[in-house]
Design a protein around this ligand. Sequence first.
Ligand SMILES: Nc1ncnc2c1ncn2[C@@H]1O[C@H](COP(=O)(O)OP(=O)(O)OP(=O)(O)O)[C@@H](O)[C@H]1O
Ligand SMILES: Nc1nc2c(ncn2[C@@H]2O[C@H](COP(=O)(O)O)[C@@H](O)[C@H]2O)c(=O)[nH]1
Length: 383
Amino acid sequence: MGEEAVEFSVEKVATDCKQNTVDVGDKTYVIGRSDDDSKSSIIIKILDKQTQTWVVPTVLGTQPTLTKSQSAISVFDEKILIIEKGVPLNESIWLLEIETPFVKQQRKIKGTEVVSWSKGVIGVGQKPVVISGPSGVGKGTLIAKLMKDYPSKFGFSVSHTTRSPREKEIDGVHYHFTERSKIDKDISEGKFLEFAHVHGNVYGTSIEAVESVTDEGKRCILDIDVQGARSVRASSLEAIFIFVCPPSFEELEKRLRARGTETEEQIQKRLRNARAELDQSNSPGLFDHLLVNDDLEACYENLKKLLTLDDSQEDSIDFYIKDGKQTASYSIMSKNDSEILLQSETNEAKNGAASLLALDLSSLSGGAPGRTRGLKIRSINSF
Ligand SMILES: Nc1ncnc2c1ncn2[C@@H]1O[C@H](COP(=O)(O)OP(=O)(O)OP(=O)(O)O)[C@@H](O)[C@H]1O
Ligand SMILES: Nc1nc2c(ncn2[C@@H]2O[C@H](COP(=O)(O)O)[C@@H](O)[C@H]2O)c(=O)[nH]1
């Protein structure tokens, strides 16, 4: 009530207009703020142009706090890029995912139309690392060593599980121990990047578990089973996938028994599942690296070598604008095959900000539910 209406300048529309619409294929997406809602929530409606029917989708992800006016454009018919005016660049970039793998998966689960918000983050980050392997192979041991040696470099994605805590396991540190009804509800609300039924319990990685580590500037390590690795591979989270093998099946059994955390029945179940997991370790395109955990120290050294392989990614960071705070605010000007041009809204000459920036379209193709990281931006000219 009495609030300023949200305005969007839309592809093929020369000036800002109050019709906050973006056409993508056979659909028109209308994005605006509820006028009569004191909480200023964002309303999204979708028009199917062929059937002339409107749908109000289920909206997932953290809603942006869009305040005044925005510019918007479709990207690969998968997402709508929205840039809020009057806000430092790194704070202003939002993506409404409309046809990404995550959204398609959620649509299947819910049986309704789904869209999902994701915040755009400029700058190249290091890819999360998925570590899989049969129960008892030593994943947790290797990860614990990594966390102890490099506490500011790596962070652990704390999974949710319905299994009971073992002695010495701490809720929120080793796992978020949870009730089945609660995890089912959270999964149905799209809060999980992946989940699987493993050894008779439900385990899952929440989007927040990964994002909170990455937000701290750390590289996220996920310890998940092969089903989970497959789901992450199919998601829009770009990660490195490592499978840890035992030197032999007999040694695996020995370690599992020596750990002394499972009953005989549970050990048998885990060993059966181990055979299936080992069979899948060679699935084409699933794992990037296989590590044999025979001698622990040797395996740990090899793991560290693998994790430094892509450190060079960060070398190119100077080419892009890493910190949007130092720049002016921008709006979308136009799009070509490879880039979206952003123009400075106001005269920011005194700040030395570029008047034109180019956002690399290919950097928008990945992303993840939660945040779309690694956006590449170059300056085209400055005042
Ligand atoms: N290279 C190794 N040589 C001998 N023992 C090892 C080695 N690596 C780990 N272990 C031992 O094997 C047992 C299982 O290791 P760990 O708990 O790390 O396995 P895990 O893969 O994380 O299992 P789960 O998937 O069930 O969580 C532990 O007792 C650990 O100390
Ligand atoms: N798909 C997922 N698998 C997970 C997750 N967290 C752990 N795991 C895997 O479960 C088994 C058993 O773990 P345990 O702690 O009960 O021994 C192991 O293979 C883990 O890798 C998860 O979030 N998703």
